[in-house]
Write a protein that binds this ligand. Structure first.
Ligand code: 9D3
Length: 230
């Protein structure tokens, strides 16, 4: 899969994709991440990407033209499995089901919003979807784009030993829009500062361990995520 990220802060992405699962998947050729500087599609002396909002308001708005020119030059002929996603605070909430769906595309182009927002013609006439990563205020779409790339990348065939996306679809974890939270985990030492790992996990009785994990997953879900209890 090819990910494109369109941003006014290309340096931002030197960090997030240089480690762990995403880095290994890139090195293995399972995915490619191409960072594009929005200012490359401006033609004035100051490489202007923003302007004042019509109707008057606080702050600045990202202009439509550089964004349209960027997408049209990245994909001169856009195919049905090349999807444009606008990251904005007004978007539909990102979740594991959205990630699963996006992982079936050939290419994703993520547009990072900035300032007070993006000219609405991008959402209306260019983006296939508008996505937010949660109900809190970020300074821009860059962190959100990194979240989407990470979440989608780990679903791709071969990335986590996924055989094929189809075979693993029914098997993929939910990110907890449904079902229970994972059970709690412990590792060595069995006694850390007087806090003991549960004895049952040390005794090798696998039926008892299975029941313990089921019970503690339920208890933790009820306590931390009562919204998941039905
Ligand atoms: C006046 C109201 N706003 C400022 C407090 C609206 C607003 C404008 C621009 C809020 C956030 C932003 C910048 N955020 C994003 O571009 C963004 C975002 C987010 O803020 N939260 C969750 N997901 C996303 S994806 C992109």
């Amino acid at each position: 899969m090819i990910f494109h990220v369109l941003t006014i802060f290309p340096e931002f992405f030197e960090g997030p994709f240089a480690h762990g699962v995403v880095k290994r998947a890139k090195d293995a050729g399972l995915l490619d991440i191409r960072i594009h500087n929005l200012r490359d599609w401006t033609s004035d002396r100051h490489r202007t990407v923003d302007d004042r909002p019509f109707g008057g308001a606080e702050g600045m708005v990202l202009k439509a033209e550089p964004i349209f020119l960027a997408v049209e030059s990245i994909w001169p002929e856009r195919k049905p499995d090349q999807k444009v996603v606008l990251l904005s605070a007004q978007g539909r909430m990102f979740d594991q089901a959205t990630a699963n769906r996006l992982s079936g595309e050939a290419e994703l182009l993520l547009i990072c919003g900035r300032y007070e927002g993006v000219d609405e013609r991008v959402a209306e006439h260019l983006a296939d979807e508008e996505i937010s990563i949660g109900n809190y205020v970020l300074s821009g779409g860059e962190l959100a784009a990194a979240v989407v790339v990470d979440t989608v990348a780990r679903l791709l065939p071969g990335v986590l030993g996924n055989q094929s996306s189809a075979a693993f679809e029914s098997f993929q974890d939910t990110g907890h829009g449904e079902g229970l939270l994972d059970c709690p985990h412990w590792t060595r030492p069995a006694d850390f500062r007087g806090w003991k790992a549960p004895e049952v996990l040390l005794n090798g009785n696998h039926e008892e361990i299975r029941r313990f994990r089921k019970r503690t997953a339920l208890e933790k879900t009820a306590r931390l995520r009562p919204d998941l209890m039905k």
